[in-house]
Design a protein around this ligand. Structure first.
Ligand SMILES: Nc1ncnc2c1ncn2[C@@H]1O[C@H](COP(=O)(O)OP(=O)(O)O)[C@@H](O)[C@H]1O
Ligand SMILES: [Mg+2]
Length: 207
């Protein structure tokens, strides 16, 4: 078997219910990000099926995947992944532009979301003018702006000091309390424990 046909994930059978807060925990290289990319329509599986809100999402066109990603998934990454030299406000507005929301409404919604993240005074700052914790809160505001079905956070505290990381975890907890569905991916069992349910993954398998 050549390296390209090496399976990364095997025998994965996982159901995530609405308003659940689950964590996927496992060592580096165990397949957590791959699983998250499949759930989040950033990648397609070579076999098996994935359903999101009862729609089979495992074999969709690129366009349909992009549309669903925009409508239904909110991503939070370790490296924040904000657009550089673009204000916090514009970063949060971006998913609304793709969704075709008119300009006025967009500004208002993005502003409200940033205020809810405690960033009302930072809306015109560029990412490089913000602390790591602030950047991650902008990223969370962006993830939430389209009322996604699912929030996927991949090592969201990985680039933050422990105090700031704890603040971000509190925000994730609150998102769940507000009715969101949250999947937290982490290599750190202590971090994973914040969730209602922990899925352990090792060598591409749920254990
Ligand atoms: N695009 C890719 N092409 C081939 N192999 C990959 C790719 N991305 C990740 N892998 C491999 O898949 C395995 C799981 O990686 P990943 O899902 O990133 O793990 P984790 O997030 O748990 O650290 C690793 O062995 C990695 O080398
Ligand atoms: Mg990873």
């Amino acid at each position: 078997m050549d390296s390209l046909s090496m399976p990364i994930l095997r025998d994965i059978n996982l159901t995530i219910k609405k308003n659940e807060f689950i964590s996927i925990v496992g060592p580096s290289g165990s397949g957590k990000s791959t699983l998250m990319h499949l759930i989040g329509l950033l990648d397609t599986p070579t076999s098996g099926r994935i359903f999101l809100d009862n729609e089979n999402i495992s074999q969709l066109s690129e366009e349909r995947m992009a549309k669903l990603r925009n409508q239904k998934i909110g991503f939070v990454f370790q490296t924040f992944n904000l657009i550089p030299r673009t204000s916090a406000l514009a970063n949060v507005e971006l998913p609304l532009i793709y969704a075709g929301v008119p300009d006025e409404q967009r500004k208002e919604r993005a502003l409200k979301m940033l205020q809810a993240m405690g960033l009302g005074e930072r809306v015109n700052h560029f990412p490089n003018q913000l602390s790591g914790g602030e950047q991650q809160r902008v990223a969370i505001a962006r993830a939430l702006i389209n009322n996604p079905s699912l929030i996927l956070a991949d090592e969201p505290t990985g680039n933050l000091d422990s105090k700031t990381g704890a603040q971000i975890m509190e925000i994730l907890k609150k998102l769940k309390k507000d009715g969101n569905t949250v999947v937290l991916v982490t290599h750190d069992l202590e971090v994973a424990k914040i969730a209602d349910r922990i899925i352990k993954i090792y060598d591409g398998k749920i254990i």
